[in-house]
Structure formats: C-alpha cells, structure tokens
Design a protein around this ligand. Structure first.
Ligand SMILES: N[C@@H](CCC(=O)N[C@@H](CS)C(=O)NCC(=O)O)C(=O)O
Length: 201
C-alpha cells in the first residue's frame, strides 16, 4: 500500500489513519509545485492532481474521506469502523460523509464571509455545523462513543486545523477538549513526527 502525501496538507488525515490501522505502507512525498503531481502517472491515480492519494494493488483512490474509509475496511482488526451489518455502520457513514461535505464548507463560509441561505447551502450554516459537531463529541470520548473510528480521524483533523491553523473555531471548549483527546493518540503523534522529520529534512 502506498500513500502519496505532502506534509502540512489534508494528507495528514490519511497518514494518521494509516498509523492507526497498523497496516504496512510506504509513502511517496509529492511536491505540490513539482512536475510529478501533474504527471500522467499521478493523474491516473488522482485526476485532481492533489494529495492525498492511495494505491493498494490495483486499487487507486483519492479524497481523504474515501481513503480513511478504505483503510478502516482493510484493517478490520483495528476496529476503526463498525462492520457491514452492524447497525452502528449507518451513523458511521452519516458522520464520514457529513464531515467531508459539511465541515470544510462551513469553514469556507466563515473564512470567505459568504452569505448563502441555510436552506440552499448543503452544510446549512457555519453556526449549525459547529452546534452539530459539539453535540456529537460532547459525551465523548469519541464521535461514535467508546470506539475510536475513522470519523475521529476526519473530524479531529478538521477541528485541529480549524482551531490552530485556520483559526475559524474560537471559544468552543467542547471542541478544544475533543482535539486534546485526539492529539494524545500514539498514532496521531507518530504521524506528527513523520511530518516534522520530513519538514526538517
Ligand atoms: N477534497 C480533497 C482535498 C485535497 C486537497 O485539496 N489537497 C491539497 C493540499 S491540502 C493539494 O493537494 N493541493 C495541491 C494543488 O491543488 O495543486 C481531500 O480531502 O483529499
């Protein structure tokens, strides 16, 4: 399994997820400004010419949410997703798709200060999305309760970026406490160390 990745990008989600999974993998670092990411070889894997992307035998995929869901299913022993047939799988899919479709869009609304009627915007509104994710993670420890899943990798990364990088989340102690739990995960810390080493080298 090979991850195409660059540090300090959305590829962090896939890197953290692979570290949670315990699956063996290799990494190929791509320069976002370099020729390789625009090459025919890479465009066959991700026509968007973005990271992350994943190759696993003949399987090729991009989109960090799809990659996290794929890895969870490839490593059932890591219990990063409810199994097919488990009723909890419904909520798991709900939150995986919600994260990809609504959380980033809500951040963009805030950053760009766009005004779109909540009824027409697929994510509703920034305020509504924040309330929904606060209600989701408040009982804790994880989005799905006691079991840490791929939803936490997606949501935890987004909230971390929202708090610390984009600074679009402020004065939300429930979200801050949730991210504080996420960053104590050994797999998160290993992924951070991989990125720090790549940036230093
Ligand atoms: N929806 C994609 C977004 C991926 C994305 O935007 N990646 C950025 C880095 S954070 C990228 O590769 N940008 C390079 C470019 O667009 O040239 C995902 O979640 O995987």
């Amino acid at each position: 399994m090979k991850l195409y990745w660059a540090p300090h990008t959305r590829a962090f989600r896939a890197l953290w997820m692979l570290e949670e999974s315990g699956l063996p993998y290799e990494r190929e670092r791509l320069d976002l400004n370099g020729p390789e990411i625009r090459s025919p070889r890479y465009r066959a894997i991700n026509p968007m010419m973005k990271v992350p992307a994943l190759e696993d035998g003949e399987a090729r995929l991009a989109e960090s949410g799809a990659i996290c869901a794929y890895i969870a299913d490839r490593a059932p022993e890591a219990k990063l997703a409810p199994a097919i047939g488990d009723p909890a799988r419904g909520r798991y899919l709900h939150w995986m798709f919600f994260d990809a479709a609504c959380v980033e869009a809500a951040f963009v609304e805030k950053l760009a200060q766009v005004q779109i009627p909540a009824r027409s915007a697929g994510w509703g509104s920034y305020d509504r999305v924040m309330e929904v994710i606060e209600d989701l993670v408040a009982p804790g420890p994880w989005a799905m309760g006691e079991q840490f899943t791929a939803v936490d990798v997606m949501l935890g990364t987004d909230i971390w970026y929202g708090l610390h990088l984009l600074k679009v989340i402020k004065d939300r102690p429930i979200l801050e406490a949730y991210v504080a739990r996420c960053v104590t995960r050994p797999a998160f810390q290993r992924a951070e160390a991989i990125e720090a080493e790549a940036l230093a080298g």
